[in-house]
Design a protein around this ligand. Structure first.
Ligand code: NI
Length: 167
């Protein structure tokens, strides 16, 4: 297993649209394992392949308290979304920034598991938010895109300052 470098907003590579995983092979399983390890190491609850500069539709999520329930979604697709909820979101590619985003309350997601078997999941609350956030990444979107232009400019300025301090 290996830790993968996580891209930082506003890196242009975060804007790429990921391609579907054509075949679930050893490399796919290795990527999923590495993404899981990277997410746990960074104390995140979700990670999309786009964030580690791999343009494939693969997402890992663990919203459990115990950090022992890794969920892996290959080619996840939002089949339906209903209701609304607003919660504070953060993102491993936008470190230290948290803000309120409105999302659907309940979603149905179709995906493949690591055996290539089609699965379907109905999710609510935090898991629903996480799925929407991660699928956004696969489409080249970051949660700050949902915020006002003013907030986005402030976030870019703050992150640029952080980068200068830590460089
Ligand atoms: Ni994110």
């Amino acid at each position: 297993m290996a830790l993968l470098p996580i891209l930082r907003f506003p890196d242009a590579r975060l804007r790429k649209t990921a391609r579907p995983v054509a075949e679930i092979d050893a490399a796919t399983r290795q990527l999923a394992a590495d993404m899981g390890e990277t997410m746990y190491e960074a104390s995140g609850i979700g990670l999309a392949a786009t964030q580690v500069d791999v343009q494939r539709r693969l997402v890992v999520i663990d919203i459990s308290e115990e950090r022992n329930h890794l969920r892996i979604f290959v080619n996840p697709q939002l089949r339906s979304a209903e209701g609304a909820q607003t919660g504070e979101e953060g993102c491993l590619t936008v470190p230290g920034i948290y803000d309120k985003v409105e999302r659907a309350e309940r979603v149905t997601v179709d995906y493949l598991d690591l055996d290539g078997k089609p699965q379907s999941l109905v999710a609510e609350g935090l898991l629903a938010v996480c799925l929407q956030h991660e699928i956004d990444h696969l489409d080249g979107k970051v949660f700050v895109d949902h915020l006002s232009q003013l907030k986005q400019s402030r976030i870019k300025a703050k992150l640029a300052k952080q980068a200068r301090v830590t460089a």
